[in-house]
Design a protein around this ligand. Sequence first.
Ligand SMILES: Nc1ncnc2c1ncn2[C@@H]1O[C@H](COP(=O)(O)OP(=O)(O)OP(=O)(O)O)[C@@H](O)[C@H]1O
Ligand SMILES: [Mg+2]
Length: 249
Amino acid sequence: MSVMIAVAGKGGVGKTTCSALLLRGLLASRIRPLLAVDADPNANLHLLLGFPSPNGLGSIREELLDSSGGAASKGEQLEAMVQQRVIEGKDVDLIAMGRGEGPGCYCFVNDLLRRSLSRLAGGYAAVVVDNEAGMEHLSRRNLRRIDHLVLVADPSPRGISAARAIRDLSAELSLKVGKTWLLLNRPYAAGDAAETPCLPIPLLAVIPHDPSLAAWESASRSFLDLSEESPAAREMAKAVSVLLSGDPR
Ligand SMILES: Nc1ncnc2c1ncn2[C@@H]1O[C@H](COP(=O)(O)OP(=O)(O)OP(=O)(O)O)[C@@H](O)[C@H]1O
Ligand SMILES: [Mg+2]
């Protein structure tokens, strides 16, 4: 069964960066094939993975409602539409959720979409979902099951409290979450994690500020190809071992 990893947190803390680094770390641990899911309507994960701009799943809703045919045929059409939107890479494929629900009742299509996404995910060793800031996709239960909910935070009290709020909401929503982790990104100074009192969520890793990431992105190079020289990639590789073994540090 595929390992489902959802990355969430408040705006601008490094969710997309960490999602790309997680994918790279999984590949370094020989976990493949991987599916990258961009669940941010302003899709940008593809830019860090060297993929072209994706056509999101959101537009399927209207296309399917406009098409003729009964429930069974719509199910088949939807499978084909989802498949068409998968961008295939060497070891990593990408799919984007696109924009959210528009007006009108799309319950039937949303349910089909959810099921289709689960089926698609089943064909991969691991799936990494880069969420938009907040809980939109999580609260819509687009994922039936999350093995690892990785909450990215900066080490400020506000950053940590935002992570805690998402953790609490996921519990209130009774989402099927295996483990919830805190991923501290860009500590202000060495030792920040140790100095942050009583982290409310098990710490997965501390990802340092890494100036090479900006250079890599500017050159449109895939983060999947980052070398071990990148301090952020190195720390994320350790985090992946923890995820795969399930033991907190
Ligand atoms: N560890 C890091 N080292 C260096 N730069 C980083 C690091 N983490 C994030 N950044 C930079 O911070 C900025 C925001 O990162 P990113 O886009 O990953 O955040 P995000 O949480 O996905 O934002 P949004 O909420 O808009 O989706 C980017 O310019 C990114 O390059
Ligand atoms: Mg992002």
